[in-house]
Design a binder for this molecule. Structure first.
Ligand code: KIV
Ligand code: NA
Length: 265
């Protein structure tokens, strides 16, 4: 199988073929997601919420992201694998950013890294790119900055914030990012940014006018139950299926239906 490269992703934008992206954090799930044919697998720092049960993405460490990244990469044959740089490993100092990105590339064998922010982190973006590591940007709702905003509401509804987002998106493109994620912004703004940029713009709650879509796999499969933003389409109710299967197992153990004659040595 031909790996999805950053070059192929930009060709998809040129052709008008939408890019499909989903998160994964472990080997077994990543194998299924890759075999189903998704273009990009994001090892998101949403692992902090979905895998570890933290309230925010801030606590997850670089070592933990590397564990998830390496597990995913071992399973994937076709999809482009991008790993999030976690909070505190790239913002302050571009040299630290480069060291963090190099650790991800060496220790996971992923294809690229993603980080949040525009002008504030541009020195870090430059330095990582200078080492030949492809970078995906992330603007709009940036969960690592939750304490600056206090809520996970829609971003860039006001003109000033929208202008800043557009200039950050242009800056990330000029600096050499191969794609950007836009999270939870008005659809009109998502469409505008996608039309201004040559690099692919992948949205989550950014409307249909962008070049691709990303969702957290546990959300779209209906494993997570509490989280219900407007942008989330649930393709399954796995929570109910899993609880049903586990309930049946418990009953079979209690009733001694399991194991039966054929299920023992
Ligand atoms: O960590 C994550 O899952 C993400 C996506 C929501 C884009 O960054
Ligand atoms: Na993320």
């Amino acid at each position: 199988v031909r790996k999805v490269t950053t070059h192929r992703l930009s060709e998809m934008k040129l052709r008008g073929e939408k890019i499909s992206m989903l998160t994964s954090y472990d080997y077994s799930m990543a194998q299924l997601v890759d075999e189903a044919g998704v273009d990009v697998i994001l090892v998101g720092d949403s692992a902090s919420n979905v895998m570890a049960g933290h309230e925010t993405t801030l606590p997850i460490t670089l070592n933990e992201m590397i564990y998830h990244g390496a597990s995913v990469v071992r399973a994937v044959k076709r999809a482009h694998v991008v790993v999030d740089l976690p909070f505190g490993t790239y913002q302050g100092d571009s040299k630290e950013a480069l060291i963090s990105a190099i650790r991800i590339m060496k220790e996971t064998a992923a294809d690229s890294v993603k980080l949040e922010g525009g002008a504030e982190v541009i020195e870090s973006v430059k330095r990582i790119l200078s080492a030949g590591i492809p970078v995906m940007g992330h603007l709009g709702l940036m969960p690592q900055s939750i304490h600056k905003f206090g809520t996970y509401t829609v971003r860039a509804k006001k003109d000033a914030e929208a202008e800043k987002l557009i200039s950050d998106a242009k800056l990330l493109e000029e600096t050499g990012c191969y794609a950007i994620v836009l999270e939870k912004i008005p659809a009109d703004l998502g469409k505008k940014v996608a039309s201004k940029l040559k690099i692919p713009v992948i949205g989550i709650g950014a409307g249909g006018g962008v070049d691709g879509q990303v969702l957290v796999i546990h959300d779209m499969l209906g494993i997570t139950q509490q989280f219900s933003p407007r942008f989330l389409r649930r393709y399954h109710n796995l929570a109910a299926e899993i609880k049903g299967a586990v309930g049946s197992y418990i009953n079979d153990v209690k009733s001694q239906d399991f194991p039966n004659e054929k299920e023992q040595y």
